[in-house]
Design a protein around this ligand. Structure first.
Ligand SMILES: [Zn+2]
Length: 264
């Protein structure tokens, strides 16, 4: 019996891997390991989904997971690692948890004393902590500005080369040579007149020589010769709201994008 067809691909397009017929011993071992890994991951996820509080991360969609390598773990401050892990699993000593663990009688937020001091409230919803949220926002923005500025400077030092698309031929019996993946960001390539405007404390007036608009942005990078504009608007939302925040920001600039396209 062949492979059971589960998608809309044509019959026979999914090949079945038979362990006993697969190459050398090492390859068979890798296949077994992969099967065990998938099985373990399935079990881990099914347990996690059942734990609503500690495993809220199972509901985070479209969020880039943090790659915690040993190298980055060693470089991190111990308190930062502790905060990162405990905030992910909601076991920080906030008012709600302290009451749950039997240390206090009240679960009201320590700062505003109005709402329950849940992790979500403390990290992104307390009216008394607004200044701290602005500070956090600016810290992230500062990193982005620094990175983009370095990228623009490096792009401006590169010679402008226009790559023509080429067709690579190969003999009938040969496989085409694999193209090397280039991890370098190509967004800034092709021109060397990138300029960047960024302001941490006030939103920037959009570039008057490009378009007249009331819209303001936090970082604007542009190239007059390439006719490209990079607009960066940063929001640091609660993980569950990442998608909504992204949609909101996208809608905010939709008319501006249409105007820019119209002006070529
Ligand atoms: Zn509060």
């Amino acid at each position: 019996m062949g492979v059971t067809q589960t998608n809309r691909a044509g019959l026979g397009s999914t090949t079945n891997k038979i362990f006993s017929k697969e190459g050398p011993k090492e390859k068979k071992r890798d296949m077994v390991l992969e099967e065990v890994r998938v099985f373990e991951e399935e079990q881990r996820t099914s347990v996690a989904v059942a734990q609503a509080k500690q495993c809220a991360w199972t509901k985070w969609n479209d969020i880039e997971p943090i790659k915690l390598s040993w190298k980055s773990l060693i470089a991190m401050e111990p308190l930062a690692i502790s905060f990162l892990l405990r905030s992910t699993y909601d076991i920080l000593p906030n008012a709600t948890n302290l009451k749950l663990w039997g240390y206090t009688d009240s679960d009201l937020c320590f700062s505003c004393k109005q709402d329950r001091g849940t992790l979500r409230h403390v990290i992104s919803g307390c009216p008394k902590l607004l200044q701290l949220y602005t500070w956090r926002h600016n810290q992230v923005l500062e990193i982005i500005i620094k990175l983009l500025r370095t990228q623009c400077e490096s792009a401006n030092q590169q010679p402008v080369t226009v790559k023509k698309p080429t067709i690579q031929f190969h003999k009938e019996s040969e496989r085409p040579a694999r193209r090397k993946k280039n991890s370098e960001v190509k967004l800034l390539n092709g021109t060397n007149d990138w300029k960047i405007l960024a302001d941490l404390n006030t939103s920037l007036q959009f570039l008057a020589h490009i378009i007249q608009t009331e819209k303001r942005a936090e970082i604007v990078a542009w190239s007059d010769t390439k006719k490209n504009i990079l607009l960066i608007e940063l929001t640091v939302p609660w993980e569950d709201n990442v998608e909504d925040a992204h949609e909101r920001n996208k809608n905010r600039y939709e008319t501006l994008l249409a105007d820019c396209i119209e002006k070529n």
